[in-house]
Design a protein around this ligand. Structure first.
Ligand code: F6R
Length: 361
């Protein structure tokens, strides 16, 4: 059941600290600064020269996030919508690793993307929540995100668990491919260890309710961010449109001046995501939208005091490593979407036209 919550979505948002503890258990070895993923023996990625991540929807946003993590570690990586990948396949070979990211492990587009590389020599890896799902049978290796069952159609805890898993996987790959201990590992593993508590703090202290109350009757909502903040902006907008039925659009803050700014008015709240990298540039974009009288809701670290002067609301996240800051920012946006949809009395767990698992292409 819903365990006293009005909706599965809210229950699953609140389950995130527990889900993340399960995700990271035994995988973050702080003693010798290594990430360990039980199913993957050391050296399994030694020959990998490039990574293709394939996924849809929320899982695609986790894939985009991982692309940036891998690129930061010097590993060439691209994220693809699996529904495009199968029909327009890029070149692959025996040094390509194809990672399929899927909560259900049953998404038809993602299964067919994996089937399209079978026989090309590419290595395949499933990152999924569902034990024994079709995807785990189609891929050579599997890493489970261990989020526990997700019932709400809108994916929430699975995104957090996917990203945490992909952070660990990126570290693991970088250990195999480059050897040695990458520079930032110990800081990062410390941040991963406290991630469940950081999420709990957000759940306890969030002021998302005042944001949801202030803005649930606007025309359109924009979400902007840079780096890992870009997929978080896309995810914030996807969740918002799915359950409120209002128009919401996410894009890179870098794109703003190249078109979307034309739509920004006093009727279009802009959610700006700050993750601790390139924040000054995103702050500049915030100034641009403010000059058009748009309300600004910033999601920013406790330590980013400068933002207070430029935002109508600031949703705070604990100071942490940039690689995991996006998970925290996303939790604030999940709460905003949920509370805004609740204000509008939407059927949050079963949005119209959507299914939990899309098993046809
Ligand atoms: C969004 C949502 C969908 C799924 C997508 C992929 O809230 O739930 O966009 O993320 O259909 O599903 P999986 O991850 O099961 O492959």
């Amino acid at each position: 059941g819903k365990g006293g919550y009005d909706h599965y979505m809210l229950k699953e948002i609140y389950e995130q600290p527990t889900a993340l503890r399960q995700t990271i258990r035994g995988r973050s070895n702080q003693l010798d600064n290594r990430a360990e993923l039980e199913a993957l023996p050391r050296g399994v990625f030694s020959d990998v020269e490039s990574v293709h991540l394939v996924a849809m929807g929320t899982s695609y946003h986790a894939a985009m996030y991982a692309r940036t993590l891998l690129a930061d570690r010097g590993i060439p990586a691209q994220a693809f919508l699996s529904g495009e990948y199968g029909s327009n396949p890029p070149p692959t070979g025996d040094r390509t690793l194809v990672i399929a990211v899927s909560q259900s492990g049953e998404t038809a587009d993602t299964l067919s993307a994996i089937r399209s590389v079978q026989g090309t020599g590419a290595q395949t890896l499933a990152v999924t929540n569902v034990v024994g799902s079709t995807l785990t049978r189609e891929c050579e290796d599997t890493v489970y995100i261990r989020a526990g069952p997700e019932i709400g159609v809108a994916a929430t805890k699975s995104f957090s668990a996917q990203v945490a898993t992909l952070v660990l996987l990126s570290e693991r790959m970088s250990q195999d491919i480059q050897g040695g201990t990458p520079r930032a590992t110990s800081d990062l593993l410390d941040s991963i260890a406290v991630l469940p508590d950081d999420v709990q703090r957000i759940l306890d202290e969030s002021t998302a309710e005042s944001v949801a109350k202030a803005y649930h009757d606007s025309d359109s909502y924009f979400f902007i961010g840079r780096g890992i903040g870009h997929p978080v902006a896309l995810e914030g907008a996807l969740k918002f449109k799915e359950i409120t039925y209002d128009h919401a659009e996410g894009f890179s803050a870098a794109e703003l001046k190249h078109g979307p700014l034309a739509l920004v008015t006093e009727r279009t709240p802009v959610f700006a995501i700050f993750t601790g990298r390139n924040d000054t540039k995103t702050l500049h974009n915030v100034k641009e939208v403010r000059a058009r009288d748009a309300p600004v809701v910033a999601v920013a670290a406790d330590g980013f005091g400068e933002i207070d002067e430029y935002a109508d609301h600031v949703l705070r996240i604990p100071d942490t490593h940039n690689d995991v800051a996006g998970v925290l920012a996303n939790v604030q946006l999940q709460l905003v979407s949920y509370l805004a949809a609740d204000e509008l009395s939407r059927p949050i767990d079963k949005p119209r036209n959507l299914a939990k698992s899309v098993t046809v292409e």
